[in-house]
Write a protein of this length. Sequence first.
Length: 207
Amino acid sequence: MKLTAIVMAGGKGKRLKLGVEKPLLLIGGRPMIQRVLEALSASPSVGEIVVTVSPHTPRTRDYLLSIGQAIVETSGTGYHEDMKEAISYLGTRPFLVTSADLPFLSAAIVEKVVKEYFARGKPALTVVRPLRSGSGGEPTCVVRINGADYVPCGINVIDGSKIHEPYLEEDFYVVDALELFNVNTLAEYLMARCFWRVIRGRKGGGV
């Protein structure tokens, strides 16, 4: 079963304070959101990709339209509110939801997440990574699982038919992978650029 992937790209990105819409920040010479789209396009489990935009991200909207990418316009009220708006508009099937600030996301990670979702049989699956110090900023959300702290990394699979239920049963999938690198602050953006140089062996140009 191929899923529709929803990329969340309508946030304010207020922690960055760079004057540039976060999805359009360049990593390796290409916008972060373009890298997310490439990873999803390479995943056999993804059949369609839709990006949410809002009044907070007009330049992102224009960029996506210029490359022929399907979009859904949401209110920009907040991440979860915009996600509900998008899912309500798109239908009642399962959706893979990812944020636009994962420039190192890979098709391999996407495949693992989708496989895990169907194996566990819960309406929702949230991907988390271990909480690490020195990540460039304080996480906005920490989940405690079996006595250890984890951070949601902005990847979920959700049964769209249950999106408006008052309680949505979910499971957590722990993935400790370098690909799950979120860019929310200036420090994290600088770290992402450095990491890109490392994995490229300082070749290929662009930062």
